[in-house]
Design a protein around this ligand. Structure first.
Ligand SMILES: NC(=O)c1ccc[n+]([C@@H]2O[C@H](COP(=O)([O-])OP(=O)(O)OC[C@H]3O[C@@H](n4cnc5c(N)ncnc54)[C@H](OP(=O)(O)O)[C@@H]3O)[C@@H](O)[C@H]2O)c1
Length: 271
């Protein structure tokens, strides 16, 4: 389990759903059965954090999460909304639509991106209003820089953001500079998306050599390294690798191996 101040204790690993039911532009039902089976298996294996979006498969991913998650009451379901303008009414409308698909309100609502022309306070206050109305238990921010996260904290009226969801992997370590230190200081949950760089890290020979000593794969080592970072829960998407990824949790790299990997990939910590 991973325990943080803002949301309490959650599973060490989460599942992503980009590609489930289609992509951003198209809805594709052909693989529904495969996605429902993969998601359900992940939940059975103890992965209780699920990341989705109203945009994935034009809402179909949320519907698949709703089906796969039936009977699981202990999930932390994150959904992301992206209205043309972040207002309390727009966000609320989108959450009622998400509830139809998910068969429950999400645990966490967040923005997908922060539109370049919008005020971060509009984003924060519209998400905060949704939580105040009981349409989600928490809100978070996705694709947020350290500067914007600091600004966001000054916008919140009564309820502070609880979760940050950003790109973080061994070869994308930008957030170690300013976002993660702030997240850790505040006790927020940090969801690391694309933790395997869409499968690329599973091919890394160095990670494979470390993993061989633990009976683990390169992908399991890459995920476990992130799990050892305070406040971080990697969200990994898998149709074919569900069992393997579930076994990336529940054990720890030795501090020496963690540090060796850290040094080996340190050049990717840059702005
Ligand atoms: N907030 C945002 O803007 C944002 C942006 C990007 C992603 N996300 C979220 O983060 C989730 C994860 O990120 P992602 O989908 O970009 O990339 P990812 O999880 O790093 O990689 C997924 C890809 O890696 C493969 N894979 C998974 N486990 C593997 C393993 N053990 N060995 C080898 N290959 C493996 C998967 O193949 P199989 O399917 O064949 O198993 C899939 O093709 C998304 O699904 C989405 O929910 C959020």
């Amino acid at each position: 389990m991973k325990c943080v101040r803002s949301v309490g204790c959650v599973s060490e690993l989460g599942v992503g759903t980009f590609g489930a039911g289609g992509d951003f532009w198209t809805e594709r039902p052909e693989e529904d059965y495969l996605w429902i089976s993969a998601l359900r298996r992940a939940l059975e294996l103890g992965i209780k954090v699920v990341d989705t979006s109203e945009l994935y498969g034009r809402g179909r991913a949320e519907m698949l999460v709703g089906i796969a998650g039936a009977g699981f009451d202990d999930l932390l379901i994150v959904t992301k909304v992206q209205p043309p303008r972040f207002t309390a009414d727009e966000v609320a409308g989108r959450l009622y639509a998400s509830r139809e698909r998910l068969k429950r309100f999400p645990t966490v609502v967040m923005n997908h991106w922060i539109p370049a022309d919008s005020d971060i306070c509009d984003v924060v206050q519209s998400l905060e209003a949704a939580v105040a109305k009981g349409l989600a238990s928490y809100y978070g921010l996705s694709n947020v820089s350290g500067r914007r996260l600091e600004a966001a904290l000054t916008c919140a009226r009564r309820i502070e953001p609880a979760v940050v969801e950003n790109h973080y992997s061994l070869i994308y370590r930008r957030d170690e500079i300013d976002v993660l230190p702030l997240v850790q200081k505040l006790g927020l949950l940090y969801l690391a998306y694309s933790p395997l760089e869409r499968g690329l890290l599973s091919l890394d020979p160095y990670l494979a050599s470390v993993g061989a000593r633990y009976g683990k794969s390169a992908a399991q080592v890459a995920l476990n390294w992130l799990i050892s970072v305070p406040n971080v829960v990697p969200i990994v998407r898998a149709l074919r690798h569900v069992e393997e990824n579930a076994a990336a949790a529940g054990w720890r790299l030795s501090p020496q191996d963690w540090e060796e990997i850290n040094k080996r990939f340190i050049q990717y910590r840059h702005g």
